[in-house]
Design a protein around this ligand. Structure first.
Ligand SMILES: [Cu+2]
Length: 493
């Protein structure tokens, strides 16, 4: 464990010890008559907490000539974060966030986004392996009142992806307003595995974000130049659009699909009692075997599927905490109340999938990317290889079917990450050391965290969709950084 990480985990642990003392009031071991409890008070102001977890709707597709058609409407809305305020938001078929799309490998889909906002936006399939024109990046603008269709054949392994806007210079603000939703991909292998997989019952999506609210309970997306440089983070953590919600689970295995949906927070998820859990999937695939952890780090855009064993927790509560490690803020992400029913799955398979071997000697080329800060506090400009994102420039031309090493160096004194469109990659090493690649990042990834001053290398092959005019993006997924220029374009030929 590197020293920086050790400091972070120490901070997380001391927080857990503190919150662990709070305890529940369900202690029945004392036979003396308890003092009369005060009458329950219903708060009427402030953030609403402790509500039943909102599970995003699983959107029913309409079959049209063998194509599964999903219809989504991007809309202005108001959402209840506060008792006394209605917060102005954007949502997708909802007042905040959007429905979950369940796709199966090999099927044809048409995902239709209608923009009912008063401004243009886009909708990108993050983690999706698809043609560039269906990617929903900055070049696929959806005009006011228009419908844009992402039509493709699902062509990748089982994983948890997501969709969110990606308009040049507007991504951070549009995501902040509430535009994001999950895409769950299944394949024959994942369906055959004895994993918790009943959506909303033992397979739960958790989109975790942080927000700043103003005095009127409105989102305050007003980053200063300094906050653009450092990333815009808030003190209020929300899970599926709620503060500290509660989910009732059966005693047994519970699968949580975690998405760091924040603009610029580095999240460490752990349980208040510091119990072990298993990570079973990274961004773009299952892991070959479950990996045992007590904390999992996700930078913006990254996903992890974790499984927690609640078999011995009937009638008790288990708390999932989130620690944001840049600002060192922590919160309850979810309280899980465990009932007396037995969950259908009580043990995990030991083998989950088979992934490509990580063999850097197969690479024909190394492509280097340097993440840099330019400009100044009055005019923050963030670049990759000395270039700020320019819609008219193709920064990289990548040959089809050739394995490459991409080497990303973060020259700055702040963390970044690196996300690529088009396909997944596999991390080779960190700072030249394969030992620094954690077991839980050995699955297929599309976003990788890069601490200050460090270098990450990954192996990537563009296997499909050659199109000299089809622009894919690579960028830092700290959304303020992306919007301030830390992004580039590549084509596959
Ligand atoms: Cu960044």
């Amino acid at each position: 464990m590197r020293r920086r990480d050790f400091l972070t985990y120490s901070a997380a642990t001391s927080f857990l010890l503190l919150t662990g003392c709070g305890g529940s009031s369900n202690d029945n071991t004392n036979n003396t008559t308890p003092p009369p409890s005060p009458p329950p008070t219903t708060p009427s102001t402030g953030l609403i907490t402790g509500e039943a977890l909102a599970i995003p709707t699983l959107l029913d597709p309409t079959p049209v000539n063998g194509v599964k058609q999903f219809d989504l409407a991007i809309e202005e809305a108001t959402h209840k974060f506060y008792y006394e305020f209605d917060t102005n938001t954007f949502g997708i078929n909802a007042t905040y966030l959007g429905p979950t799309l369940l796709l199966r490998q090999g099927e044809q889909v048409s995902i239709n986004f209608t923009n009912n906002l008063a401004e243009t936006t886009t909708m990108h399939g993050h983690g999706m392996h698809l043609p560039a024109v269906m990617d929903g990046g900055p070049h696929q603008l959806i005009g006011v009142g228009e419908t844009w269709q992402a039509q493709y054949t699902v062509n990748q392994k089982a994983c948890t992806n997501w969709y969110h806007p990606h308009e040049m210079g507007k991504t951070a603000e549009h995501v902040y307003q509430g535009l994001a939703g999950l895409i769950i991909i299944e394949d024959e292998e994942s369906q055959a595995l004895d994993l918790p997989k009943t959506y909303g019952v033992d397979d739960i999506p958790l989109v975790v974000q942080d927000r700043v609210f103003d005095n009127a309970g409105q989102f305050s997306y007003t980053p200063t130049n300094q906050q653009i440089m450092q990333g815009y983070r808030g003190e209020n953590f929300i899970t599926n659009g709620q503060v500290a919600p509660v989910f009732n689970a059966k005693a047994g295995l519970l699968r949580l699909r975690l998405l760091n949906g924040s603009n610029a927070g580095v999240y460490h998820f752990s349980f208040a009692d510091n119990r072990q859990f298993q990570q079973i999937a990274t961004d773009n695939s299952l892991l070959e075997q479950p990996v045992t952890l007590t904390s999992v780090r996700l930078s913006p855009g990254e996903r992890a599927e974790i499984v927690v064993d609640l078999a011995n927790d009937a009638s008790n509560s288990v708390v999932l905490n989130v620690l944001e490690s840049i600002d060192q803020r922590s919160a309850t992400a979810l309280t899980i109340t465990v009932n007396n029913e037995t969950a259908p799955v009580t043990s995990l398979p030991t083998s989950l999938t088979t992934l490509a071997a990580v063999d850097p000697s197969q690479a024909s080329n190394t492509r280097t990317f340097t993440l840099e800060g330019m400009g100044n506090m009055g005019n923050p400009v963030l670049t990759i290889n000395n270039q700020a994102m320019d819609m008219t420039v193709i920064n990289e031309t990548v040959p089809l079917d050739q394995t490459e090493i991409w080497e990303i160096t973060n020259t700055m004194n702040m963390p970044h990450n690196f996300h690529i469109h088009a396909t997944h990659f596999q991390v080779i090493d960190r700072n030249g050391s394969t030992a620094q690649v954690a077991d839980n990042e050995k699955g297929y990834k599309d976003t990788v965290f890069i601490p200050a001053g460090e270098t990450v290398r990954f192996l990537v092959t563009m296997t499909d969709y050659a199109d000299a005019n089809g622009k894919y993006m690579y960028h830092c997924h700290f959304l303020e950084h992306e919007d301030a220029g830390m992004m580039g374009q590549f084509v596959v030929v």
